[in-house]
Design a protein around this ligand. Structure first.
Ligand code: NDP
Length: 325
């Protein structure tokens, strides 16, 4: 079976590639540049079942059409490409257009040319269901389910001033409108293929698949763990971020990237996921204090004179997820 995987160079996508290869899938990945393609192929040691195509701009109309025309035997699609890194500043061009048009392009392309495609899996994010960052604490326990959406509007997204503190909101808007484009398409077009959106919280996990990393190449979500170390070298409060914000770790869901990759692949063939939103998370919460404790335990020499200790062990499982099944 053949899978078209967009954004193949990304952190999550590389774990998807690794697991797809192990399960004998053929993969056609899209990347933005030949240098990314070469680096990725070198990393995986040029397996026969991994082909890469260059799509410089997923927002261009018909961006995926040629790949679908040239490879009419594609069975499944995973659309993971979307802007994640927090360093650009033109929200429409950098976030909204690639996320939304990229999503519409893959849907329209598959409808027109993907005759054999049975399923498209989209990587979505908890930010599409979430409240604005700071208000969730005030709401106490929150139940998220398949009907949950944040309340951001297109007008408010366009009105966001281009400032660093608005970047998470721009990301939130981009993912929200992208996932909504999926469900609008399904409702209006009633295509022959099914879709699943995989909704992920913060994704952490092994970075070796990213190749020769420097600290500048750490992907956005793993950078949060790194920042706990960097920002708390002498700081006594593990919940304090470098900009002075106090994060209460007990509401942060997270997932291991390998589990998330597994879920993408499971959804390809699992008909129970047809036209469903799947929220994938670990059952506990991210406590920065716990991260600090683990760093001290695993890297005692590096951490002993550098990393704050906070209050070791002072976290509790305040919330547990209810098993819906
Ligand atoms: P990465 O930044 O590592 O991967 C993003 C991928 O999308 C890269 O392949 C990147 O290409 C590609 N991409 C970004 N912008 C564009 C663009 N304008 N045009 C074409 N391709 C683009 O992030 P992750 O692996 O973490 O994210 C993968 C998916 O998972 C995304 O859809 C993200 O929204 C979602 N997600 C991630 C979470 C996390 O905590 N990491 C949480 C929830 C959802 P290039 O390598 O060239 O930059």
């Amino acid at each position: 079976k053949t899978v078209l995987l967009t954004g193949a160079s990304g952190f999550v996508a590389r774990h998807i590639i690794k697991q797809l290869l192990a399960q004998d899938y053929h993969i056609i990945g899209t990347v933005r540049s030949p240098s990314k393609a070469n680096e990725l192929l070198d990393y995986f040691n040029h397996p026969k079942s991994l082909k890469l195509s260059i799509v410089p701009d997923i927002a261009t109309l018909g961006a995926f059409d040629n790949i679908l025309i040239e490879n009419p035997y594609i069975d499944y699609v995973i659309h993971a490409a979307s802007p994640v890194s927090y360093n650009d500043d033109d929200f429409v061009r950098s976030y909204y257009e690639p996320a939304i048009y990229g999503t519409k392009n893959i849907l329209k392309g598959v409808r027109s040319y993907g005759r054999q495609v049975q399923k498209i899996v989209f990587t979505s994010s908890i930010v599409v269901m979430d409240y604005e960052d700071d208000t969730i604490n005030d709401k106490g326990a929150t139940t998220l389910d398949e009907t949950s959406w944040n309340d951001i509007t297109w007008d408010s997204a366009l009105a966001l001033e281009i400032q660093p503190e608005n970047v998470p909101k721009a990301y939130r808007a981009s993912k929200t409108f992208a996932e909504q484009a999926v469900w609008d398409f399904i409702r209006i077009e009633k295509p022959t293929f099914a879709v699943t959106t995989i909704i992920a919280p913060l994704v952490f996990g092994p970075m070796e698949l990213l190749g020769n990393l420097t600290k500048h190449d750490i992907n956005t979500s793993n950078k949060i763990l790194y920042s706990i170390y960097i920002n708390h070298l002498k700081n006594q409060n593990p919940d304090l971020l470098h900009d002075g914000t106090v994060i209460k770790g007990d509401h942060i869901c997270y997932v291991d990237v390998r589990d998330l990759a597994w879920a993408h692949i499971a959804a390809l063939t699992n008909n129970q996921s047809n036209n469903m939103r799947w929220f994938i998370t670990r059952g506990d919460r991210l406590y920065f204090q716990k991260v600090v404790d683990i760093l001290h335990e695993k890297f005692a020499e590096i951490c002993k004179d550098n990393l704050c200790r906070g209050k070791p062990g002072s976290y509790a499982s305040l919330y547990s997820l209810q098993n819906p099944f």
